[in-house]
Design a protein around this ligand. Structure first.
Ligand code: ATP
Length: 345
């Protein structure tokens, strides 16, 4: 489907939010579609949370326009927007049990008890916590609390769910399980998720599209593979995965073109110095300066004759780890792996 045929759920046009001299959100333009899993990715302080809070209505823009399903919402309070938020610290009511926490939004709206109980039960099933309604939040694990917070946010059927680093407090294994779980819940219910994270792997795993934030601005918007395979700026190339950045004379010598290029370390192969070069390949000779064994793969730092260093990552297909430090090698990669990027910082 193209953007012209999809319903726009959230639209930010030239949105700014300044706190004194701090440009937390600086002329941001975004269009999120119904049913999308959309991530706001960036380092700490890049403006992701402020952007989410602007959509939620907890913050008002300094300038610009915010629309939810085509309706301008600047000035509309959070409770009058068809969105709900899941926070990193879950914000569960400690004195209420799980069922009461999940049903809270329905109680406030005076939904009759019988209907409330049915809908709480549906939510418990959705987040895979059947039989837990009478537990207190303190009697749950971190992952279970996170599911309760999710159920509580979903019970009112918001059209857009905002999630602010919801997996941040979980350990890595549980975090990875919850990533898959969250994505599967989102696909089942089909509503728009706007997900804030500073974890690039998490964003790549879960999202339909990602906006990469830096210093309050969006550097690039794209699908996970577009962001990873075709970064358009130096910042994105370095923040999402790792990249070798080549510019100036060495870039021209190695790639045959002037400009600035990003090359992913796993696209480069290490071969013997005398190995022939196939058509469409670039090559460089150098000496292996460092070898870092990382279990699944090994990272090599290769000092090129032209002065630059290239990082190469090779999968450890063989069990024997050869210490190649100091060896002279040839590096080869396909010309299509030279991704032109803007030269800025
Ligand atoms: P993190 O991942 O650490 O939460 P973030 O990308 O979500 O970071 P924001 O929380 O949006 O970043 O903050 C963006 C910038 O705005 C930061 O420099 C922050 O210090 C500043 N900021 C945010 N809220 C306020 C506030 N209420 N008053 C003053 N400055 C603020």
């Amino acid at each position: 489907m193209t953007s012209t045929t999809r319903t726009v759920a959230v639209k930010l046009s030239e949105v700014c939010r300044f706190f004194g001299d701090v440009k937390a959100v600086d002329h941001v333009n975004l269009e999120l579609f119904d049913g999308e899993f959309f991530s706001l990715l960036g380092p700490s302080g890049s403006g992701k949370t402020t952007c989410l809070r602007l959509i939620a209505g907890f913050e008002q823009p300094t300038s610009g326009s915010i629309q939810l399903h085509g309706v301008e919402v600047s000035g509309v309070p959070p409770y009058d927007r068809d969105v709900n938020t899941v926070f990193q610290d879950y914000a569960l009511f400690p004195h209420m049990n799980v069922g009461q926490n999940i049903g809270y939004g329905l109680m406030v709206k005076n939904v009759p008890k019988a209907e409330r109980e049915t809908r709480v039960q549906d939510m418990l099933d959705l987040v895979r916590l059947p039989g837990m309604a009478n537990r207190k939040p303190s009697q749950l694990s971190g992952g279970q609390r996170q599911r309760v917070a999710l159920a509580r946010a979903l019970i009112n059927h918001p059209r857009v769910l905002l999630l602010d680093e919801p997996l941040g407090a979980l350990d890595l294994k549980l975090r990875q399980e919850m990533q898959i779980e969250l994505k599967s819940i989102q696909q089942r219910i089909g509503i728009t998720f706007v997900f804030v994270t500073h974890d690039q792997e998490e964003a790549l795993t879960m999202s339909d599209r990602i906006a990469v934030f830096n210093l309050g601005k969006i550097e690039q918007i794209g699908t996970p593979s577009e962001i990873y395979e075709r970064p358009t700026t130096r910042f994105v190339a370095g923040f999402v995965g790792t990249s070798n950045i080549l510019s100036g004379k060495i870039a021209e010598i190695l790639t045959g073109s002037p400009g600035t290029f990003a090359i992913r370390p796993e696209k480069i192969r290490i071969v013997d110095v005398g190995a022939p070069l196939a058509d469409g390949m670039c090559s460089a000779e150098g000496k292996i300066r460092d070898v870092i064994y990382l279990g699944m793969h090994t990272r090599y730092l290769v000092e090129l004759e032209g002065g630059a260093d290239l990082t190469v990552v090779e999968q450890n297909l063989e069990t024997s780890a050869v210490n190649a430090r100091g060896s002279r090698v040839k590096l080869v990669w396909h010309t299509s792996s030279n991704r032109p990027i803007s030269a800025g910082a």
